[in-house]
Ligand binder design. Structure first.
Ligand code: CIR
Length: 268
């Protein structure tokens, strides 16, 4: 695929969803953080929406869905490109029905909305969009059948896709890395030492701050979770402007900054 400047960070719109009261029942790998408070989560979410708006985006906030505790993590059931939106098939049983609801939000913004072909699974959290390729990480949520079908669909739209193995113990591929745009990647040491990013500049997340690897570049700024000063410094040294946001409630259910929105560019 040809290099498309800004594909991974130049956005005009975002779709988000108000966290439900049931977010306290959200999926998580362990109980160490306790249950999130829906009220505190909605406060953090409002700050997140404001930050996206301040970065220049028109943000849709879809209504809360009580029957789906993880539905505020809208990144997982879909993937957006300037050409259209793809409704994915999340790998967690309790999240499968989110697709019908996200489709309605996508149809309000996109003329072209298609379903992931076949029966395989892909979570959007496993899909890293760069400016010259799209990396799909196999994980507990994304299987080969889904990744291959998704990759073929992307290729038919003119995008280069690569399927890789997410390292063991990492929920989603993007739990451990993010694109900062223009070929620069933010990654934990585990991912940085993988061969996935050969030939690219990698900003390594300092040890002990691994949670901060899930950051998002949005137009002129990089949004980073609060509490990770060494990562903020590393991103700034690499030449980016950061905006720090609290994501304590999302973190209790394994969520981060990228998971809370679908970001896309509808202006060419
Ligand atoms: C889940 O396990 O599906 C949610 N509790 C967290 C989803 C985080 N999404 C993401 O990293 N893209």
């Amino acid at each position: 695929m040809t290099y498309r400047k800004g594909l991974s960070w130049h956005f005009s719109h975002a779709i988000t969803r108000q966290p439900a009261d049931s977010v306290c029942n959200g999926l998580r790998a362990d109980e160490r953080g306790g249950d999130p408070s829906a009220e505190a989560f909605r406060r953090e979410h409002a700050g997140y929406v404001r930050a996206l708006e301040a970065a220049g985006l028109k943000v849709d906030v879809l209504p809360q869905l009580e029957e789906y505790p993880d539905s505020c993590f809208v990144e997982d059931p879909a993937f957006c490109l300037p050409d259209g939106a793809i409704v994915l098939r999340p790998g967690a049983e309790s999240r499968k029905g989110e697709t019908t609801h996200i489709r309605a939000g996508l149809e309000a913004r996109f003329d072209r909305v298609v379903d992931l072909p076949g029966e395989g699974f892909v979570d959007g959290g496993d899909v890293l969009m760069m400016d010259d390729e799209i990396i799909i990480g196999l994980s507990a949520r994304t299987n080969s059948e889904g990744a291959e079908a998704f990759s073929a669909l992307l290729e038919s739209w003119g995008y280069a896709a690569r399927v890789v193995e997410t390292p063991a113990g990492v929920l989603h591929f993007k739990t451990a890395c993010s694109t900062l745009g223009d070929g620069v990647v933010l990654a934990t040491r585990t991912l940085a030492s993988s061969r996935f990013f050969d030939g690219r500049k990698v900003v390594e997340v300092p040890e002990g701050e691994e949670t901060a690897a899930n950051a998002i570049r949005v137009n002129d700024v990089v949004l980073v979770s609060e509490g990770f000063p060494k990562t903020v410094a590393a991103i700034e040294v690499a030449g980016f402007t950061t905006v720090v946001l609290p994501t304590y409630e999302a973190a209790k259910v394994d969520g981060g900054l990228s998971c809370l929105s679908l970001r896309f560019n509808l202006q060419s």
